[in-house]
Ligand binder design. Structure first.
Ligand code: ADP
Ligand code: MG
Length: 695
């Protein structure tokens, strides 16, 4: 009953009318529960205030002062205004200055008591607080504003801290809104967690020190735990569906011949280990759900091929899904060259096939004449029906389709059967993220590169220095090496992107008449794109100017140079992928990043790229710069949008939560002993995880 009450709309709380409700909704606050879980961005310690005569330059302070005089803003130069005010604590004085904030004089009038929060600087021999956040304190109205640690919330225009604080306070104090506990009692006592309602109160009104830390840890644990319980339930649901996958023979003639006759190198020990893990999964009836993680160039394709061969060996079909059409093409050529000699037939199924070719392909797939089918997500669209599908390999590279995988489930074979699934990714996702997003998959990691790989040398050049590249390119060309020149996709206008790629291509043709250059962009007809790609792969093109269509997975072993134009426009993982295209087969690779970044983030990314080639370090940096939701492309699913928990800092808590969650579900698979937890999990993550709800 109580729990119901906190899901009441904020509209029904005293003081919230239609206008403020709309503003609250903008912050994703719809219910009282949302409000209670909307935590402060920071706190201001207004218990012991800094006296003005002891301000230290360089420190951030919280002051309660009275306004003496306020100047109207002045324009310093175009686009820059300055507003100055003088404050006193009754004895000493301090200036505050704001840049580009107009109209302050209407809010701040002399005599008002104001809380200031900001950086102290010494300017022209005087102390000043620069661009402080402020709050006007009307006497008597808000006893919470002074003498306490005060919460400061991330609010939107039109909502005042003071009003919001009062709203939260009133809901915190209302008995009927008290959040109901959902963590199992044994866990709370084991870790000494405060009850949920106390923890929530503490987050808004901290008593400083240890209790706050305990409250925060409890809430972070709680978020991880909820997600992990959801993942554990999903794993349980899956195994209860009792779907069976085909039993595929561990050893076989095809695999043996592939290893001895087709590839010219031995597998690395990491590849052998992973192949072992996969092939024993495939030899079982429980459908495999495995994530294969391996940096760009670590050799995931041969592993996929071996798994597909195991399916074919068992008399079944395999599917290989690539994220883009170009990549599907690439994989198709590569897989054909590997498999045709073994008598295994490979089919390509992409959107651009003529309807005639498409019909034929669909028929061969349905009749089982196509052993391995390569395609885009079109593979799992409705009209495609496999004869006997045993394995789906999904090459997601750095994109995640958390939900897509389910589309596959029903593509299987007969009733009650499901294919094995292998998801491959090149993004070395930090373990914390893997656990959160893919926590119910088993993970294989290739942690070793094929031998003889040299770290790619990376430089960052300003665009006006582009000409310095010409002698370098000539030299690489004279060594018979191949080059990529990547032009950015310009989101606002594709034709602009095409124009700039074309211009660059023409410039290169005129500077180097002896270099055979090729041009590739999205507006070319499909056949032309294919032909260009084929020529580049066959060594008939020396330098390929392209928009990002070549982003992932392309494999041309003579390629040693990767030039990325406007590199600061690319994300870190994209740059890492691009760089991974060169320096294969033991050749020295070079990556030149051309760009004039205008943001700090852009500079940071280019610096990270120059500093390391380690995919894990790059992924961690990416996580720091962009946040987990963006990194995994799961933002829209919201899975990693934690309120309190931090995937980088709370790793230990995550591991703990995961263990506890899986133990709990192992003991009580339907959570019949924990009804509050069960409904909390369904309510919070059920939708993301596609949990059926097994009540
Ligand atoms: P990715 O993991 O990025 O998909 P690929 O499967 O495209 O990597 O492999 C990258 C390159 O490494 C390919 O040219 C492939 O032939 C080569 N390769 C894969 N495994 C080995 C190995 N064990 N020894 C040497 N080269 C290998
Ligand atoms: Mg690949």
């Amino acid at each position: 009953m109580r729990e119901k009450d906190s899901t009441v709309s904020v509209r029904f709380v005293k003081g919230v009318g239609a206008v403020r409700e709309r503003l609250l909704n903008r912050l994703n606050i719809r219910t009282v529960q949302d409000l209670l879980l909307y935590f402060p961005r920071r706190y201001e310690d207004r218990r012991g205030l800094t006296p003005l005569n002891s301000l230290e330059p360089g420190s951030t302070v919280s002051l309660i002062v009275r306004l003496v005089t306020m100047e109207k803003h002045r324009t310093l130069r175009a686009g820059l205004t300055l507003t100055r005010a003088l404050f006193t604590d009754g004895r000493d004085f301090v200036h505050a200055v704001w840049f580009n904030r107009r109209g302050l004089e209407r809010i701040l009038t002399p005599g008002k008591e104001v809380a200031l929060y900001g950086l102290v600087e010494r300017r022209y021999g005087q102390m000043q607080v620069t661009n402080p956040e402020f709050e006007v304190l009307d006497e008597g109205e808000d006893p919470d504003s002074v003498g306490h640690i005060v919460p400061v919330y991330p609010l939107t225009l039109g909502l005042q801290q003071r009003w919001f604080r009062k709203l939260v306070r009133s809901c915190l104090e209302a008995e009927e809104f008290r959040p109901a506990e959902h963590l199992p009692a044994h866990i709370c006592s084991k870790y000494n967690f405060p009850p949920l309602s106390d923890a929530v109160f503490e987050m808004h009104y901290p008593s400083a020190g240890a209790p706050w830390k305990a409250a925060r840890d409890r809430l972070a644990f709680d978020e991880f735990f909820t997600l992990q319980v959801g993942l554990a339930l999903r794993r349980g649901e899956r195994s209860r569906l009792a779907e069976k996958a085909p039993l595929l023979p561990r050893e076989g003639e095809l695999k043996k011949r592939f290893l001895s006759d087709v590839i010219p190198y031995p597998l690395t020990s990491a590849q052998r280990r992973v192949v072992g893990e996969i092939s024993s999964d495939l030899a079982q009836e429980i459908p495999m759900h495995r994530l294969l993680q391996g940096d760009v160039g670590s050799g995931k394709t041969v592993i996929a091929v071996l798994a597909l061969l195991q399916a074919v060996e068992g008399g079944f079909q395999g599917a290989f899904m690539a994220p883009t059409e170009i990549l599907a093409q690439q994989h198709f050529y590569r897989l054909s060259s590997y498999l045709t000699p073994l008598g295994v037939s490979v089919e390509l199924l992409v959107g651009s096939l003529s309807s005639r070719d498409r019909q034929d392909a669909l028929q061969r797939i349905e009749r089982g004449e196509a052993h391995v089918v390569v395609g885009t997500h079109a593979l799992f669209s409705d009209p495609v029906s496999f004869h006997k599908l045993a394995l789906a390999v999904i090459d997601e590279q750095h994109r995640f389709g958390v939900l897509q995988k389910n589309a596959l489930r029903n593509k299987g074979t007969q009733e009650g059967q499901a294919p094995h699934v292998l998801v491959m990714t090149a993004t070395p996702i930090p373990r914390t993220l893997t656990l959160s997003v893919y926590g119910d998959l088993t993970v294989s990691i290739i942690d070793e590169m094929p031998p003889g790989r040299l770290p790619t040398k990376t430089w960052w050049l300003r665009k006006k220095e582009t000409h310095r590249l010409w002698p370098f390119l000539r030299e690489r060309h004279s060594e018979g090496e191949k080059m990529y020149w990547v032009c950015p996709l310009i989101e606002e206008s594709e034709s602009l992107a095409v124009a700039s790629a074309t211009e660059r291509y023409e410039q290169i043709c005129s500077i180097f008449p002896d270099i055979r250059a090729g041009l590739l962009h999205g507006q070319l007809p499909q056949e032309e794109k294919e032909a260009t790609m084929r020529k580049f792969t066959a060594g008939e093109i020396d330098l390929l100017v392209a928009t990002t269509v070549i982003e992932v997975g392309v494999d041309v072993s003579e390629a040693t140079v990767m030039v990325v134009e406007d590199a600061h426009r690319f994300g870190l993982s994209q740059l890492h992928q691009l760089r991974g295209r060169v320096g294969r087969d033991g050749r020295q690779g070079y990556c030149i990043l051309l760009g004039d970044p205008t943001t700090r983030g852009g500079v940071q990314r280019l610096k990270v790229m120059c500093a390391t080639t380690d995919g894990f370090k790059i992924a961690e940096a990416d996580l720091k710069l962009r946040g987990p939701g963006e990194v995994c492309g799961v933002r829209q699913h919201g899975i990693t949008d934690f309120r309190v928990a931090d995937l980088l800092k709370d790793r230990a808590l995550l591991e703990l939560a995961r263990r506890e969650a899986f133990d709990l579900v192992a003991e009580d698979p339907y959570l019949s002993q924990e009804p509050e937890l069960y409904s909390h999990v369904l309510q919070t993550v059920g939708k993301y995880l596609d949990l059926a709800g097994i009540a």
